[in-house]
Design a protein around this ligand. Structure first.
Ligand code: HMG
Length: 445
């Protein structure tokens, strides 16, 4: 079997921009530093009035198919990952296929369509489904379209409001991919958790502080599970480590835990030991709380070492370039982190062909998954084709009052009738409701 992985990627960012330091923080009577330094976020992307998860997903998929010269007959499955669905029966993939059929001559009648739910990790689970389908040989030479699309909105006044975002990532999964090959090995950390959930409601119920702890615990389990099949990891093994990024500050915490784990019993642990000692080992302590105190002290010291700083700046920081300006895209977030890192590699003229990524996905509820990816020869063509910079620059800045209006527009329980802030061009937009209360869409030339 040939290699299998991501052949191409396209993104669509919500067309509105809320500046967190200049606009949101003052309105909330908060220090802008909480956003820019603490959470690591400068802005959130929001969907305009005529945008939703279908238009964003369809626009990303359309761009990807056009660029790769694909027709619907080349696609054997369309999987949408989302936690913002508005229909409990009809999957978002059918709405997106309907949109695409407006602009392509052929149809997707022979493509298997579905929708995946497991909070943010369902984007990566959909990649897995596509990977497995191809490796099983059931794809008849066709590729899979995976679309991760979300409007990550929180209830007004919820602490999570600081981390909102909206956008879609479309990925083509195929044999002999141009971008990255996915590893056969993967590790999981999964447990029944209630830190973030939406029991038949649009906006999440969140225990924010606990969600941070659950993320770290599940990610640690996933790394150990990954190592049980792939062997011990080492920081120098991976050029970049894209994580699920609800906000960059979360990744800052996860990266430090990951680094401590990866350097244990390595040359790096010995080198930094001259300054900060070796890592505490549980067997050296009579009392578990003393051990945890010692670990905390060690991590505080580790964070300040040159070795950690250099590794973080090389392997982690580049994955956060886009997230800082768009917020959390839930299912698309880890895939934005991968694109962000590869875009930085391109800017810095780093030859990535053959190099490895370690990808850490996460979804509340809760599950983490870790796998490796090998960057392919043609990766530069794929990254050069990304138009994310143009999209981010073209976003329309909104005032706090406009933010309040647009939040109401996308709130399923409110009726808000305002004009769109932007003028659509060559894209899908949302139209009025259909006779069965279904959402309808049209393509604007
Ligand atoms: P909060 O209470 O608003 O913020 O909640 P805070 O007071 O904890 O401040 C945040 C950070 O900023 C802290 O840093 C502060 O010290 C710092 P930390 O101690 O964590 O390192 N700070 C400042 N720094 C510099 N200058 C200042 C300043 N002020 C404060 N002036 C929280 C933050 C994340 C809890 C909230 O935003 C939230 O509930 N978010 C939603 C949940 C979330 O994103 N959880 C992340 C893990 S779960 C996950 O990733 C899954 C998810 O994507 C959903 C899914 O899977 O579907 C969410």
């Amino acid at each position: 079997m040939n290699s299998v992985g991501i052949d191409a990627v396209a993104v669509h960012a919500g067309k509105l921009r809320l500046d967190l330091a200049e606009t949101f923080a003052p309105a909330m009577d908060e220090d802008p530093g909480k956003y820019t330094k603490g959470l690591g976020l400068h802005a959130s992307s929001f969907p305009d009035v005529e945008e939703d998860i279908v238009t964003m997903g369809a626009n990303a998929a359309h761009k990807l198919m056009e660029r790769k010269g694909l027709t619907p007959e080349d696609i054997g499955r369309i999987d949408v990952a989302t936690e913002s669905a508005f229909d409990n029966a009809k999957p978002v993939s059918t709405y997106i296929a309907g949109c695409l059929e407006e602009v392509f001559e052929d149809d997707f009648h022979h493509a298997n369509k579905g929708e995946r739910k497991f909070a943010c990790i369902s984007g990566t689970q959909s990649l897995d489904d596509a990977y497995n389908w191809i490796r099983a040989g059931r794809h008849r030479g066709r590729a899979a379209l995976v679309i991760a699309t979300d409007t990550a909105l929180y209830a007004r006044g919820d602490a999570g409001e600081a981390t909102q975002g909206a956008g879609a990532v479309a990925m083509l999964i195929a044999e002999d991919p141009d971008l990255v090959e996915m590893s056969l090995e993967q590790g999981f950390g999964s447990a029944d958790e209630t830190d973030f959930l939406k029991p038949n409601q649009q906006f999440p119920s969140v225990d924010g502080k606990r969600s941070v702890q659950v993320y770290l615990a599940r990610m640690r389990e996933a790394l150990a599970d990954y190592e049980s099949v792939a062997g011990q990891t080492h920081p120098d093994q991976f050029e970049y480590i894209p994580f699920h990024t609800p906000f960059p500050g979360m990744v800052r915490k996860a990266a430090l835990f990951g680094y401590r784990h990866m350097i244990r019993d390595t040359d790096i642990e010995e080198t930094v030991a001259t300054d900060i000692g070796r890592q505490p080992r549980i067997e050296e302590f009579d009392d578990e709380s003393q051990y945890h105190d010692a670990v905390r002290e060690y991590m505080d010291a580790l964070k300040e070492t040159d070795a950690y700083g250099e590794w973080y700046d090389r392997a982690i920081e580049p994955t956060l370039d886009i997230a800082r300006h768009v917020g959390n895209w839930y299912t698309g977030s880890v895939h934005v982190a991968r694109a962000s890192a590869l875009r930085r590699a391109r800017e810095e003229d780093i030859d990535m062909a053959g190099k490895q990524l370690l990808v850490g996905s996460y979804g509340s509820g809760a599950q983490a998954e870790i796998h490796a990816e090998t960057v392919q020869e043609n990766w530069t063509d794929e990254i050069d084709a990304l138009d994310i910079d143009e999209q981010l620059t073209e976003r329309r800045d909104i005032t706090f009052e406009e933010y309040e209006e647009i939040h109401d527009v996308h709130n399923h329980d409110k009726e808000a009738d305002i004009d769109a802030f932007t003028t659509p061009s060559e894209e899908f937009v949302r139209d009025g409701p259909g006779p069965m209360d279904e959402r309808t869409y049209r393509y604007v030339e």
